[in-house]
Design a protein around this ligand. Structure first.
Ligand SMILES: O=C(O)C[C@H]1C=CC(=O)O1
Length: 94
């Protein structure tokens, strides 16, 4: 198991065809929700005031995360920053 913190900043071009935009955003939502239900994407938070999110991914490996991110329908329009996480030595949870 490997946990990653991911920031996604979305920059859809203003001149993208509105139908293509709507269809891509709908596919992104379905893809994201499928991964959330599967437990791979346990948290997603909107960053207030921005078309951006902070997410936590719970995956087997960096390779799996890369595959997930690379297949995001909005991937061509995103800047993505990935931070690997490990347990803090002071964490009281087991
Ligand atoms: O809206 C976003 O933050 C981008 C992306 C991530 C999940 C989703 O449904 O859209």
């Amino acid at each position: 198991m490997a946990l990653f913190h991911v920031r996604m900043d979305v920059h859809i071009p203003l001149d993208l065809d509105p139908d293509v935009r709507a269809e891509t955003v709908a596919r992104e939502k379905a893809y994201s929700q499928q991964l959330q239900r599967a437990g791979k994407w346990p948290q997603i938070w909107r960053i207030v005031g921005q078309y951006s999110n902070f997410s936590i991914f719970d995956v087997e490996s960096a390779d799996e995360l890369h595959e997930i991110l690379f297949n995001l329908p909005l991937f061509p329009y995103m800047d993505i920053e990935v931070t690997p996480l490990t347990r803090h030595g002071s964490d009281v949870k087991d």
